[in-house]
Design a protein around this ligand. Structure first.
Ligand SMILES: [Mg+2]
Length: 120
């Protein structure tokens, strides 16, 4: 199973990857450092799940989410963001994200994501 992890912070990517691999040891992980890279990698690799930051250079997570959903309306995108305002969550859910979690995520949250948010 392919998983795409998108964040401009390397530390944040490492944290998400560590927890994803901890829950799903057999995943093939792809990394992107901004929204544009994420959209390009999504189109190429068609990952089963995307963990997506919102605040990033070049292209932010809102625009990347919109473009990913245009590529595949069944795309499974989980937002992981420091922006915990409820309107941010409503906005990404309306745009097609499966759920949104505040940074930093941990093993229990990623376990919940794979059990409840994602069809894998
Ligand atoms: Mg960021």
């Amino acid at each position: 199973m392919k998983v795409l992890v998108v964040d401009d912070s390397k530390i944040a990517r490492i944290s998400v990857i560590k927890n994803v691999v901890g829950v799903m040891p057999d995943v093939e992980v792809f990394e992107a450092t901004n929204g544009l890279e994420a959209v390009e990698l999504f189109a190429k690799e068609r990952p089963s799940a995307v963990f997506l930051d919102l605040t990033m250079p070049v292209m932010n997570g809102y625009e990347a989410l919109k473009r990913i959903m245009e590529i595949d309306k069944a795309a499974q995108v989980i937002i992981v963001s420091a922006d915990i305002q409820s309107e941010a969550k409503l906005r990404v859910l309306a745009a097609g994200a499966k759920n949104m979690y505040p940074k930093p995520i941990n093993h229990e949250i990623v376990k919940l994501v794979f059990e409840k948010d994602l069809l894998v």
